[in-house]
Each structure stands twice: as structure tokens, then as C-alpha cells.
Design a binder for this molecule. Structure first.
Ligand code: SAM
Length: 281
């Protein structure tokens, strides 16, 4: 018996052996950096909190390291969405080990209707995705209507630098559109960092796990409009708002919202951004 014949704590083969047996050479184009350590994926699963009654939607499961941790930590049901069909046999093996508890969807998460998956009981969303996809999905989840949304929490891996933008507040150098959207609708916090060596292959930078919980009563604002205002304001973050917001009405808009046009985007509170979003000229 060699090391790779031994089973992991969940009774399935070790992830390294799964990756080798299914020939899952990682693809850069799909942003594949796999987590092969079940202790670490267990830590991410714990960051998502209790899931006994929950459907956990996991985006980008790859060979299933995080999926296995979610199941081991008692997720009632896990729905996985994976774009790379080479990963499906490995995911089917996990499904056979946990009968009735996994639904596997092959497809692009950016084209998935998440609300349609979320019709049975409370939902939590967990993902370790390529960061472009992750950011795009996060913005979609933050703009969800109606609010409070169908999910109870989001537990997501990002590059450390992106995680800092998500949790940034007014005045922070990382404050921008992501910080405004996340701060407006959720309580967002960085739970812990994950070093490059934890992944195969190791990425260039440190990653962080971010946990976001929807606020029950965010300030009223139209998410798309808020996104648009912050995009313009921070698109030229060193300029005064009367300049950067010109395409949306510039000084006229700022006057109507009662905001000094000589200020810069990074000084505005979330409440002030909501006021701008709610003002039409
Ligand atoms: N969750 C696994 C882990 O932690 O080891 C894999 C993480 S890897 C960073 C990202 C995974 O997302 C890959 O398996 C990749 O194929 C998948 N992926 C990339 N783009 C995707 C998309 N648009 N929709 C669904 N899955 C995607």
C-alpha cells in the first residue's frame, strides 16, 4: 500500500490522487489553481457557518476539495456548477459517496440563473473562482433584486488585493465601486489569508477568504444606478467629482444631491453615494 492508496478522512481518495487519476492538468485559461489540502478546505467550509438545513451553491468546484469539505461539515445539499467537463468524473465519485446530496451542473456560472437553483430552503453560496469571474459574480449577487436576497451568505476566495477592495470603507486607499456596493448591502469581512503554496499550481499572490452577510435594511437605492455613479466617480479617482461625474450631469447633479463638487470619490460615504444614485437631473 502506497501513500496514494490510503483514503482521506472522508473515505475518498486523497485529492492529489484524484487529480492524477483523472489527468486534471490545470488550465490557466480557466484560472485553475486547486486546493488539495482538506484541512484548508475545511477551514473555508467552517467560515460559511452552519449548513445543516442549507442548499450550498458552490461555483467552480474543480476536483472537489471544497465540495468534500462542505459535505463533511454537514451541508444538507450541495449544488456545484463547473465549466470544465474534465472535472465531472471526479465530482461524480463524490456524488456516489454522498448519495442524494450533490447536484452537478456543467456550465458557465456567468450564464447561470442562481435564483432558479434556490427554490428549496435557505441558501449559502461558496466559491473559489478565478478572480475575474468571482468579481463579476459578486457584483451580480450584490445587485440582486429583491433584497434581502435568496442567499444567507457568500463565502468567497479572492486575491488579497481584491478582498481589501471589497471590505474597504471611505478614506481607505482600496475604497472603490466594490467597497461601496458590498458595504451598502452587506457586512463584509476578510476571514483569513491563504498563502500561494496552498494551491496547485501556486498563484503569484496571497488570497483571502471573504465572508459577506446581507444587511436586512440597506439604504434605499437602485443598485445599477449606484454601480454607474461609483464607476464614473472612481474611474477618475484623482479628479474632483464635478469633473468625473460630467457624463451624469456633473455639477448640476452634485448640487441637486447637496454634495460639494470639489470633493474626490474616495471621501464620499456610502450614504452620499446612495444620495447621488437617487438624484436625477
Ligand atoms: N474550487 C476548486 C478548489 O478550490 O480547488 C477549484 C478552484 S479553481 C481556482 C477555479 C475553478 O472554477 C476551476 O475548476 C475552473 O474550471 C472553474 N471555472 C472557471 N470559470 C468558470 C465559470 N465561468 N463557471 C464555472 N466554473 C468556472
Amino acid at each position: 500500500e502506497t501513500d496514494s492508496d490510503k483514503l482521506a478522512v472522508d473515505g475518498l481518495p486523497p485529492l492529489r490522487a484524484v487529480v492524477e487519476r483523472h489527468g486534471l492538468a490545470t488550465k490557466k485559461a480557466l484560472g485553475q489553481n486547486f486546493l488539495l489540502d482538506l484541512n484548508l478546505t475545511g477551514r473555508i467550509a467552517r467560515a460559511a457557518g452552519s449548513m445543516e438545513k442549507h442548499t450550498v451553491i458552490e461555483v467552480g468546484p474543480g476536483p472537489g476539495g471544497l465540495t468534500r469539505a462542505l459535505l463533511m461539515h454537514g451541508a444538507h445539499k450541495v449544488v456545484v456548477i463547473e465549466r470544465d467537463d474534465r472535472c465531472l468524473p471526479a465530482l461524480e465519485e463524490i456524488a456516489a459517496h454522498y448519495p442524494g446530496r450533490i447536484e452537478i451542473i456543467q456550465g458557465d456560472a456567468l450564464k447561470t440563473d442562481f435564483t432558479a437553483l434556490a427554490n428549496k430552503g435557505p441558501v449559502k453560496i461558496v466559491a473559489n473562482l478565478p478572480y475575474n469571474v468571482g468579481t463579476q459574480l459578486l457584483v451580480g449577487w450584490l445587485e440582486a433584486e429583491p433584497w434581502p436576497p435568496y442567499f444567507e451568505s457568500l463565502t468567497l476566495m479572492f486575491q488579497r488585493e481584491v478582498a481589501e477592495r471589497i471590505v474597504a470603507a471611505a478614506g481607505d486607499s482600496a475604497y472603490g465601486r466594490l467597497g461601496v456596493l458590498a458595504g451598502w448591502r452587506t457586512r463584509a469581512e476578510i476571514r483569513f489569508d491563504v498563502p500561494p503554496q496552498a494551491f496547485w499550481p501556486p498563484p503569484k499572490v496571497t488570497s483571502s477568504v471573504v465572508h459577506l452577510v446581507p444587511r436586512s435594511d440597506p439604504l434605499p437605492a437602485d443598485g445599477k444606478r449606484l454601480s454607474l455613479v461609483t464607476q464614473h466617480a472612481f474611474g477618475q479617482r484623482r479628479k474632483m467629482l464635478r469633473q468625473s461625474l460630467k457624463p451624469l450631469g456633473g455639477q448640476t447633479l452634485l448640487d441637486a444631491a447637496g454634495i460639494d463638487g470639489t470633493r474626490r470619490a474616495e471621501t464620499l460615504s456610502i450614504e452620499e453615494f446612495c444620495r447621488l444614485a437617487n438624484t436625477r437631473v
